[in-house]
Structure formats: structure tokens, C-alpha cells
Design a protein. Structure first.
Length: 140
């Protein structure tokens, strides 16, 4: 509900600013925001001119406390360090995988060579001898 002369109530101003009404009330009491306290049928109510909100709009970038900026810089630095370490570990793991794959290829080649040598060392297959039953029956 808009107040007299298109002024805003404390709640309406808070909604426009995207803030909690308690924050707007603190700003009024601290003198950061001009407002008039008037008696209405609902009791005493603060009324604020919309023009006064323009200078306080949090949509414009509000400065952050220096300690918070330092914390953000520390966090960002730690994230970058972790990311760099993860990339280095990833590259080392990829190199290890390539090395193991090459070792596996070499081992398979050696295995194939040993299998060929074993096959060559075995005696040539001979005709199987007839079974004892075939010999007994004279069918050999």
C-alpha cells in the first residue's frame, strides 16, 4: 500500500531494495535514509520518498568489507593452487597410463614369441595309435 503523496512504507521500500525491513529501519535510525514517522490508523509508520531510495539501491555494487575481500582472495588463491596440483597429478597419471600400456604391449609381444618357441619345440604330432579294443578285434 502506497502512503500519502506516493511515498513508500518501510516494507515497500525494503521490498524495492531487496532487503529485510529491519535493515531499512536500521538505516533510517542511523540517518542513512531519510524517512518521516507518521501516525496512521495502523499506528506509527515510516514513509520514504522513492527518490531517496535511488542513492541506496543495492542493485549498484556495494563495497565489501576489506576482511571479506581478503578472505575471498585467499579462497581464490587456494582454489587455484588445488586446481594446479590436480592438473599436475592428472598429467602424471596420464603419463603413467601411457607407460603401462606400452609395457603391456611389450609383454604381450614377448608372450607371443614364447608361445611360438614352445610350439616349435614340441614334437610333430604323430598318427594316433589304434586303441586297445581295435587291436584286440584286429581292426588296426
Amino acid at each position: 500500500m502506497t502512503g500519502p503523496g506516493d511515498r513508500l512504507t518501510l516494507s515497500e521500500a525494503a521490498k524495492r531494495l531487496g532487503l529485510n525491513p529491519a535493515t531499512v529501519r536500521r538505516w533510517i535510525k542511523a540517518g542513512k535514509l531519510a524517512a518521516t514517522l507518521e501516525r496512521t490508523d495502523r499506528g506509527e509508520t515510516y514513509f520514504i520518498n522513492p527518490e531517496d531510495l535511488e542513492a541506496l539501491s543495492p542493485r549498484t555494487e556495494r563495497p565489501r568489507p576489506p576482511a571479506l575481500l581478503d578472505d575471498l582472495a585467499t579462497i581464490k588463491s587456494a582454489q587455484n593452487a588445488i586446481l594446479t596440483e590436480m592438473r599436475a597429478n592428472s598429467e602424471a597419471q596420464e603419463q603413467r597410463i601411457r607407460s603401462l600400456e606400452a609395457e603391456l604391449r611389450d609383454t604381450r609381444a614377448q608372450l607371443s614369441q614364447f608361445q611360438d618357441k614352445i610350439i616349435m619345440a614340441l614334437p610333430a604330432p604323430t598318427k594316433p595309435s589304434s586303441s586297445w579294443l581295435a587291436r584286440l578285434l584286429g581292426r588296426s
